[in-house]
Design a protein around this ligand. Sequence first.
Ligand SMILES: Cc1cc2nc3c(=O)[nH]c(=O)nc-3n(C[C@H](O)[C@H](O)[C@H](O)COP(=O)(O)O)c2cc1C
Length: 169
Amino acid sequence: MDFSSLITTRYSVRAYRADPVPEGVLNRVLEAARLAPTAANRQPFRILVIPTAGREAELRRVYDRAWFVQAPLVLIMCALPGEAWTRSDGLNYALVDATIAMDHLILAATEAGLGTCWVAAFDPVAARDVLGLSEGMEPVALTPLGYPADAPRPKQRKPLADLVDRERW
Ligand SMILES: Cc1cc2nc3c(=O)[nH]c(=O)nc-3n(C[C@H](O)[C@H](O)[C@H](O)COP(=O)(O)O)c2cc1C
């Protein structure tokens, strides 16, 4: 799939089939995150791959939507601020790095015919508890990973003129 088709095809999938994700396909998706650029190449992120089977109730403590646990896998992108590059004014880039890696992963999943949905509105306290995250791991975004059982909707986006200024603003 060329890049233009890829970014047009991706949408937030909120219904999944239970079919398994083949290990080779999962590895390609994870490899795309590994290849993402990060500030000073620090690679300050970790991805947890959680099979949903048997853990539906626990995972719904983290994000309480039926579709969240319909796919065979949930991926958790965590930033590691302690390993990240910081700007001269102290701004830590761990969230930026983890977000770029997550976007790589999501686009690779789309190319493989898989569905994803960025989830940020989860309960971070429950996430720490259920996923056993260590102190330095900051959960940034979650996504189910599985084959879609819904269909894309037309994209609602602001016109480019509302998003881009030239020369000055
Ligand atoms: C950082 C981020 C956080 C999001 N969090 C949620 C979420 O918690 N729950 C949800 O259903 N969708 C979430 N979304 C999906 C957005 O609602 C969705 O991307 C947007 O409406 C555009 O639709 P599309 O992804 O189908 O193009 C999130 C998206 C992003 C980028």
